[in-house]
Design a protein around this ligand. Structure first.
Ligand SMILES: [Zn+2]
Length: 120
């Protein structure tokens, strides 16, 4: 009877440990680094934890997107694009979609820690 109990506890422990291990493996790499990509080229890369509030103007064929970094967050506040979808997307979130301005070929997205390391 005692042996079965020990066996059960061991099995339960292994189960819990493997479950925790699985979560640890599949968890997304959390960084607070974002990159601003235009037409496939990375223009800026910011670690939002260490970036002071600022406003950046990025132009593409005479069209300007105004990007705002404030209190560790980033968004597009103004854009010379017909739809203004990028402005309406608001603040970029790690869980959410990247901010994209299709007409001006601009993407603002979080990068995974692995990519950040590879890029130095
Ligand atoms: Zn736009």
């Amino acid at each position: 009877m005692k042996r079965i109990k020990i066996l059960l506890i061991t099995a339960a422990a292994i189960f819990v440990l493997s479950l925790a291990f699985c979560f640890w493996i599949i968890r997304p790499a959390q960084t607070n680094t974002v990159e601003i990509v235009q037409d496939g080229t990375t223009l800026y890369r910011f670690d939002l934890n260490n970036t002071e509030n600022q406003q950046i103007e990025i132009s593409y064929n005479g069209k300007v997107n105004t990007v705002l970094i404030e209190n560790g967050k980033i968004c597009i506040t103004n854009a010379d694009c017909p739809d203004n979808t990028c402005v309406h997307m608001g603040w970029l979130t790690a869980e959410g979609l990247p901010i994209v301005c299709l007409p001006n070929r601009l993407v603002i997205q979080y990068i995974q820690s692995g990519e950040a390391d590879a890029a130095g």
